[in-house]
Design a protein around this ligand. Structure first.
Ligand SMILES: O=C(O)COP(=O)(O)O
Ligand SMILES: [Mg+2]
Length: 222
């Protein structure tokens, strides 16, 4: 059942996903992956491929990319090292903050509730991207895919983030763009709101079990 925002437990904290929710980072992923593939003498990947593959962390993205272009899986270590080097340099250059994000974050911050950014992206890339996009000041905590033993859709990152913020999961809202965020939130007992404009592994977002769907973070201020 889809509840209206008003039917959800009043928020005591917001846990907000990064890629596909705060920042449209597909351009960075495509640019960096294709740099790596060119160096390895492989053909490139499309934006559509990246859109349906991103969201489960960089290791998954690189393994899937090598499989997509028919490259030897043994190239993984080399590809991962190159990817990290290129991503660090390009981070944010081919990415844009989604419309409504800045005003949404400003409004949420004004409510005085703790906020965390919780992504499967490696933590150092996430922190640097937020800084480069001027979004770092909004978050009390930023956790990445390598900060905990398991990544979303496992509930662990959400539970650990709630612990760090000192808020109960049942009143800590997860805001994301994919079934990964929703599954993790359900398993952690967090309310979950999904944006319609993100990636969701190439599947229709409204088919995902979530409490609410929004077109802009500003709708959270209603
Ligand atoms: O898979 C990634 O690198 C990031 O994905 P997320 O920010 O949507 O969690
Ligand atoms: Mg996402």
């Amino acid at each position: 059942m889809t509840l209206s925002l008003n039917d959800l437990p009043s928020p005591q904290a917001f846990l907000i996903d990064l890629d596909g929710t705060l920042v449209d980072t597909l351009g960075d992923f495509v640019f960096v992956l294709n740099q790596v593939l060119a160096e390895l003498g492989q053909r490139g990947v499309t934006r559509e491929f990246v859109e349906r593959t991103v969201g489960q962390g960089s290791e998954h993205l690189i393994r899937s990319t090598l499989a997509e272009v028919g490259a030897d899986a043994a190239l993984y270590e080399d590809a991962w090292a190159r990817y990290q080097r290129h991503y660090e340099a390009a981070n944010g250059e081919h990415s844009d903050v989604f419309p409504g994000v800045l005003a949404g974050l400003q409004g949420l911050r004004a409510k005085g509730l703790p906020m965390a950014c919780l992504t499967n992206k490696p933590a150092r890339f996430a922190r640097e991207l937020l800084r480069r996009k001027g979004l770092d000041g909004f978050f009390d905590q930023v956790f990445g895919g390598d900060d905990f033993e398991r990544k979303k859709p496992d509930p662990m990152p959400l539970l650990k983030t709630c612990e760090a913020l000192g808020t109960p999961p049942a009143a800590s809202w997860m805001i994301g763009d994919s079934s990964n965020d929703a599954k993790a939130a359900r398993a952690a007992g967090c309310p979950v709101v999904l944006v319609r404009y993100g990636y969701n592994h190439g599947e229709p977002i409204e088919a995902v079990d979530a409490d609410r769907f929004i077109d802009s973070l500003e709708e959270l201020l209603a």
